[in-house]
Design a protein around this ligand. Structure first.
Ligand code: GLU
Length: 509
């Protein structure tokens, strides 16, 4: 029987999570859950110079928001921990030593200054076949010299010795056969002078120790793949290597190339999953969450950026995605990001979602605006009335704040040109009728009844209902929007309606 599917998302905690990164998480998660496997979060933080406080927490919060919770992680623990590479430091040295002993790696003593000087001398310098013998390392120096340098604790790194004139290849699940000429691959550093592994050594050792069966990552990692394949071959055997899947990029909507944070800023849409505050630059980058996306829609739209089930179906729950996901339907080419389409997904999800659930998501937006929603049941009812008109969560503020408080701006300019004494008399009379009801203890009526009574009054005054509906709407909500006028009256009730009519009559007089 095949080994249990185990996949990992292995981010370096260096900043906000780009939507391409979240899509990598999602494809990992879907593949794991589809195959009853396990999904692991491993934090690849061996490059301490790139450490950014808060970035790991941000990753965990993003996964939690998306509902893509790992089975094993620094937070949840698990049998193959620790899940933070910096905490696994002592593990890696032995593998570097093994590679040295096998002749697949070598000590290099070049100082940063040596390397800088070489880079200046040779354009596009690569530490590889062409130049390695010009450098200060165990291949170019005598055995005795190397022994002496090591004895004196001379700072050194360990580099992989990429073989000359070979072809290294891998069978990528998405891209098929991919091969590399080793003469073009540089002797990457595996272990740094401080004993920390680099990403290249750590990723291979940890994928092995954590029994990873499939490794999904962005296409930008493909150039590193030959180094990883070689390390697998030298350390654990190619038959043990996970299956690789390099996921296509998410492309900018205009032009070519990977969608970047800067494209988002330029075109006015988020690229990160959630707001990211960078403590190093003191800058905030807006996220999908804070723009008012619901996680179900965010996950759904990411799934469709690079995958489909072969039908026209576009709206999927996470369970439907799990059931339907297969790698052979992941596209080879990059997917262009379309923000309008992303918003469409959100609108569809808002329509689909239970009103109670939406109320909980929308409440903080009302709190932030200082709008008192009275009682929770009323908020739930209002949400049901306006959700068809909302695409992003903050739209609930514009679409429904008039249910909770009288509008501050009344678009009288849209009423004034056709306003006259008969209309003024009509609304005065309407307010009187409502006042009589209130005096009799009736504060609201069903929308249909309100409509019938309104029409009766229109007929009595020999007017046309069509000319009165728009002014009435504007009096109640402030502008030309919102659901049915009488549904609004029913919800805000008569006392409030009277006050709004009277306020507008004053403005128009
Ligand atoms: N640490 C790499 C990153 O930051 C992971 C690449 C991989 O998954 O192998 O994305």
């Amino acid at each position: 029987m095949d080994a249990k599917v185990r996949v990992r998302f292995a981010p370096s905690p260096t900043g906000g999570l780009h939507l391409g990164g979240v899509r990598t998480v999602l494809f990992n998660y879907l593949f794991a859950k589809h195959n009853n496997g396990e999904f692991i979060l491993r934090i690849e933080d061996t490059d301490q110079t790139r450490f950014v406080p808060g970035a790991e927490q941000y990753i965990q919060d993003t996964l939690a928001w998306c509902g893509l919770v790992p089975d094993e992680s620094p937070l949840h623990g698990g049998p193959y921990g620790p899940y933070r590479q910096s905490e696994r430091k002592p593990l890696y040295q032995q593998y570097a030593d093994q590679l040295i002993a096998q002749g697949n790696a070598y000590y290099a003593f070049d100082t940063p200054e040596d390397l800088d000087a070489k880079r200046k001398e040779v354009p596009n310098f690569q530490y590889s076949l062409a130049h390695r013998m010009e450098m200060k390392n165990a291949l170019s120096l005598s055995k005795e010299a190397v022994a002496e340098l090591l004895k004196n604790n001379t700072p050194h790194v360990i580099r992989i010795k990429v073989p000359d004139n070979e072809e290294v290849s891998l069978e990528d699940v998405i891209r098929g056969h991919v091969s590399f000429d080793t003469n073009m691959v540089d002797d990457k550093v595996l272990l740094k002078a401080d004993g920390m592994p680099t990403y290249h050594l750590a990723v291979v050792v940890d994928d092995h120790l954590m029994k990873i069966t499939h490794a999904f990552r962005g296409e930008e990692w493909l150039p590193s793949a030959p180094v990883h394949v070689l390390l697998w071959k030298y350390l654990f055997g190619l038959d043990k290597m996970p299956k690789w899947a390099h996921l296509p990029l998410i492309l900018k909507p205009d032009g070519n190339g990977k969608l970047s944070k800067r494209d988002g800023e330029r075109l006015g849409f988020p690229v990160f999953a959630m707001d990211w505050f960078d403590p190093n630059t003191n800058t905030k980058t807006i996220g999908f969450k804070e723009r008012g996306f619901v996680p179900e829609a965010f996950v759904n739209l990411l799934a469709m950026l690079g995958w489909n089930d072969g039908t026209d179906k576009e709206i999927y729950t996470i369970n439907e995605l799990i059931a339907g996901f297969s790698l052979d339907r992941v596209h080879k080419g990059g997917a262009k990001f379309d923000y309008e389409k992303a918003k469409w997904f959100n609108g569809e999800w808002i329509k689909k979602m239970e009103n109670e659930k939406l109320a909980a998501l929308v409440q903080p937006y009302f709190d932030k605006e200082g709008i008192d929603v009275h009682d929770p049941a009323y908020l739930v009812k209002v949400i049901g009335l306006v959700k068809e008109r909302c695409t992003l969560l903050p739209d609930f503020i514009t679409q429904s704040s008039f249910y909770f408080k009288a509008p501050t701006q009344i678009d009288t300019a849209s009423i004034a040109p056709k306003w006259d004494a008969t209309k003024s008399a009509f609304f005065t009379e309407l307010a009187n009728e409502y006042s009589n009801k209130v005096a009799n203890g009736i504060n609201t009526l069903p929308a249909t009844e309100l409509e019938t009574e309104f029409k009766a009054l229109v007929t009595k005054q020999e007017l046309k209902p069509g000319e009165l509906m728009l002014p009435f709407r504007i009096m109640l909500v402030g502008g030309k929007f919102g659901p049915g006028v009488f549904e609004i009256v029913e919800a805000i009730e008569l006392k409030d309606t009277i006050a709004r009519i009277q306020h507008s009559l004053q403005l128009l007089s």
